[in-house]
Write a protein that binds this ligand. Structure first.
Ligand code: FES
Length: 115
C-alpha cells in the first residue's frame, strides 16, 4: 500500500528549537494518538506526545517541548529530558527509554506526517 502523507503545518511554523506543533493521529487500531513535531538542527522530528515514564503529554505549555536551553525536549511532569533527534531519554526517571517516533517529511513548504 502506498504511503499517505498528511499536511501538519507549513515549514515556516517550525522555528529551530522553537515551539512545536501538536496534532492528533491514530494508531493501527484506530485509537487516537496525540503527536507533535519540532525542528532541531534544521530537521523536523515527530513523536507521540506521551512521556516514556508515565503516559502523559510532555509539553509544559501548549506546544512548548524544549527545555530552557532549547537543546533537549523536557517532560513537564517530572522533568525527563529527551534527545530531539532520537527521542531517547538522556536524563530523568525513564533514562534510556524512547519516545515513539512518528515519520515526518518536509517538502514543498510543508511538514507532513507519513503513514
Ligand atoms: S511523566 Fe514524564 S518524567 Fe515522569
Amino acid at each position: 500500500m502506498a504511503a499517505r502523507k498528511r499536511l501538519i503545518c507549513r515549514t515556516s511554523e517550525l522555528e529551530e528549537c522553537g515551539s512545536g506543533v501538536r496534532f492528533v493521529t491514530t494508531d493501527k487500531n484506530g485509537e487516537k494518538l496525540p503527536g507533535f513535531v519540532i525542528r532541531h538542527n534544521g530537521i523536523v522530528f515527530g513523536y507521540v506526545n506521551r512521556c516514556a515514564h508515565i503516559q502523559v503529554e510532555l509539553d509544559w505549555q501548549h506546544g512548548e517541548f524544549f527545555d530552557a536551553d532549547r537543546q533537549l525536549l523536557m517532560c513537564a511532569t517530572h522533568g525527563a529530558l529527551y534527545a530531539p533527534n532520537t527521542g531517547e531519554c538522556v536524563g530523568g526517571p525513564c533514562h534510556g527509554a524512547f519516545l515513539t517516533k512518528l515519520p515526518m517529511i518536509e517538502e514543498d513548504d510543508g511538514v507532513y506526517l507519513v503513514n
